[in-house]
Design a protein around this ligand. Structure first.
Ligand code: DGJ
Length: 728
């Protein structure tokens, strides 16, 4: 081939070898994955096993890395058992959590995975492994996301043998932090109405299992973790390794500290009640496990996740749109919805600046309470004698979009659908069918059920100008039987159910791109990186009490972006009996995607006035809240003041929200030191009320970050906000 000037010019435009995000160092058999400011290194050791080498701050020189070498054996342990294997099969002296466990038809369960080959395609790396004897293959797929420093990993398992292989555990990845003691685990635990509570604990020898066995992601635990060196990391400083699994079904993290001070986190499908038979020639894939590293504390770890979710995950990632201000009828009306009542609420919602009006549960079938109707997705003729059109037209005329609640995966035994198809519900023949909220779960793993559900949603969206759906799921799995497939296939239900639900979301979004979706599962039971590419927001919690929300929202913010965090302003006293001011409730909800869930029929003139002002303020700052950087200034779990600051992408606007929970002895609220501003720039301070102490209104970034702001938060459940805008 002749070397031309054009070819040289073209090559000069390509990134240099050093700049490529994934490099293979052939002489050392190492792959270096660079993502943002971090490096992840994996290699093939002298036993031809894939071995984790490094995960941490970017190391610039290839020369610094040595080839992977297995650890020494040790009494009662083998070399393999002591080595940081990148994707260990279960076999040999591996007494820790394996990534893959199989049983062959002939009963052989030993699996020894050796490296075979690899391929790099831009930001993706595939490393192929194979069992030493049989054609059981695993392709490890890595991808770097350099804009945020995230790395993603998953595995594709292929049965190339002539016999059936039952996969009994399929993990997406194991993550290692550098060997050592004294690591701390952060994770999110909770329950219905108390989701995403941040839990922190030292990682002790042994195993800590965080999981869901409930069929969906769960309120009780969320598939996110972070690890730091105890005491060394805070919001602004220190090494933090973090990860989140993209799966909305049964999942499991095993956090282990081996007797030899190696901390490892294995995560993927929950292997509880798991068996995935692969016939000869079949493959299947694990969920994607995302991981990240920062040397700049938990604040930076969260901001990376937020950016990653906004820029790479959400359906509107290519052209991000602000989330609209929403009104939802649920807490105002519960099941008592009808055309006149909803129109009256819509009139009031439009007046205060709502942009999307959502009718919640109660509009279909014989749905007058939670004992009946699920499954019968026809409009209730008594409540809406002329169908939904008059209401939707009314809402649209008021300048708002219309949204509708559905719970497609469920059926009440008291429904026409159940009477026609009792076998469509998940069950074991001849065994009790445990009801949760008086409902059973349709077996979405069945393709006929999936098609039926897709068909009715397709019809609903095609026939009505619905621009938003709130997709709910109000119970967890029990008796997970799937009687119409052979017993050996039945446990696939855990995986197939979720994949079929995902498929419905994907097809609907493809056909109705105008429709936005909220993922709800009795609050925050289905919040994870598997659902987020398919939905625009999530319902954070059924607990809408503003003070309780501060902790729920704080935990949420460690893993997920404020933009997707739906937060409503509701009436008081709330479910826990507490009453806070309307302003406090607005400010709590304005830290995410703002919604109103109050009964507007009960509001007084002053409430309308305040709501109109707060919604107008929210619209002014929502770009900053939804697309900016979040700095957690003071935590509700550590201080009697909660404070959060958001800085817009262009750095021109910042907003601080501050809440006093209870005050004693007339002590002043602590000084708030702002973050993320330009030290040299001048900023105009715009308090929303008279709670800012001092008269300075134009100050430097340096002042705001070092001298800070003092707020007069005197009483219990007092709250305020301050907007700061760049002066030049
Ligand atoms: C549970 C949801 O979390 C609520 O917001 C509401 O939609 C109800 N379901 C309706 O049944």
């Amino acid at each position: 081939m002749r070397w031309t000037f054009a070819m040289a010019a073209f090559l000069a435009m390509l990134p240099s070898v050093e700049a490529q995000p994934i490099r293979y160092l052939a002489d050392k058999q190492l792959w270096v994955l660079e993502s943002g400011e971090s490096s992840y290194v994996v290699g093939v050791n002298e036993l031809n096993r894939l071995q984790h080498v490094y995960w941490g701050k970017k190391l610039a020189r290839n020369e610094d890395f040595a080839p992977a070498r297995s650890a020494r054996d040790f009494a009662f342990e083998s070399r393999e058992g002591m080595t940081t294997e990148e994707y260990p099969g279960w076999g040999g002296m591996r007494f820790y959590e394996p990534c893959l466990k199989v049983t062959r038809e002939d009963g052989v369960r030993d699996l020894a995975l050796k490296h075979v080959s690899h391929e790099i395609r831009g930001e993706t790396l595939e490393i192929r492994l194979r069992d030493i004897n049989d054609d059981i293959r695993v392709t490890l797929v890595y991808r770097v996301w350099p804009r945020t420093g995230i790395i993603s990993r998953h595995a594709v398992i292929h049965n190339g043998t002539k016999q059936q292989v039952v996969v009994e555990s399929a993990q997406s990845a194991v993550w290692y932090v550098p060997a050592g003691d004294g690591y701390r685990l952060s994770h999110l635990a909770g329950h219905w109405a108390g989701e995403t509570q941040l839990v922190r604990e030292e990682i002790q020898p042994g195993r800590k299992v965080i999981e869901s066995r409930r069929g969906n992601t769960s309120h009780q635990a969320n598939p996110w973790f972070a690890i730091d060196e105890r005491g060394a990391a805070d919001e602004e400083h220190g090494r933090v390794w973090f990860g989140a699994l993209a799966w909305s079904g049964n999942w499991k993290f095993v956090v282990e500290r081996t007797p030899y001070s190696q901390v490892r986190v294995t995560g993927g499908y929950n292997d509880f009640d798991f068996a995935y038979p692969l016939k000869p020639g079949e493959s299947f894939s694990t969920p994607v496990f995302y991981g990240g590293f920062t040397a700049a504390g938990f604040g930076d770890a969260s901001r990376r996740m937020h950016r990653f979710i906004r820029d790479e995950i959400l359906p509107d990632r290519a052209a991000p749109r602000p989330r609209p201000v929403l009104y939802n009828s649920w807490e105002a009306t519960t099941f008592d919805v009808n055309e006149a009542g909803q129109k009256a609420l819509a009139d009031k919602a439009a007046k205060i600046g709502v942009e999307l009006f959502v009718m919640d549960d109660g509009w279909f079938g014989q749905r007058n309470d939670d004992h009946a109707g699920l499954g019968d997705w026809y409009v209730n003729p008594k409540k809406f004698p002329n169908g939904l059109k008059p209401l939707i037209d009314h809402v649209n005329k008021l300048g708002m979009k219309f949204g509708l609640w559905v719970e497609p995966e469920m059926v009440n035994p008291n429904s026409d659908l159940y009477r026609a198809h009792p076998d469509w519900a998940i069950h074991f023949p001849g065994r009790p069918r445990t009801e949760g909220r008086n409902q059973l779960i349709l077996n979405m793993a069945r393709d006929d059920v999936k098609e039926y559900i897709y068909g009715l949603l397709d019809k609903l969206l095609a026939e009505n100008n619905i621009e938003f759906i709130k997709w709910d799921m109000n119970r967890h799995f029990t008796e997970p039987g799937w009687p119409n497939v052979p017993p050996t296939e039945q446990k696939k239900i855990w995986v197939k159910y979720v994949n079929n639900v995902y498929e419905i979301f994907d097809r609907l979004r493809g056909k109705f791109p105008r429709v936005e979706i909220e993922s709800c599962s009795g609050g925050g039971g289905r919040v994870d990186l598997g659902i987020l590419p398919r939905v625009h927001q999530v319902w954070t919690s059924d607990n809408t009490e503003a003070f309780d929300r501060l902790r729920i929202q704080e935990g949420f913010s460690f893993a997920y972006a404020p933009k997707v965090m739906m937060a409503w302003v509701t009436d008081v006293p709330n479910m826990n009996g507490r009453s806070t001011s309307l302003k406090y409730r607005f400010l709590a909800a304005m830290q995410g995607s703002l919604g109103i869930g109050a009964n507007l029929n009960h509001w007084k003139e002053d409430d309308y006035k305040l709501a109109t002002e707060m919604i107008a303020l929210y619209k002014r700052i929502r770009g900053t809240v939804q697309h900016g950087d979040l700095y957690r200034l003071l935590s509700p779990s550590e201080s009697d003041v909660t404070a959060n600051q958001y800085v817009s992408e262009d750095g021109k606007q910042s907003v601080v929200f501050a809440f006093r929970h209870s005050q004693q002895y007339l002590r002043p609220a602590p000084t708030l030191y702002l973050r993320g501003l330009d030290e040299k720039a001048l900023y105009r301070i715009q308090p929303i009320d008279d709670k800012l102490i001092g008269d300075q209104r134009t100050v430097s970034g340096s002042y705001l970050m070092n001298r800070g702001l003092n707020l007069r938060l005197g009483g219990d459940f007092d709250a305020t906000a301050v907007v700061v805008e760049r002066a030049e």
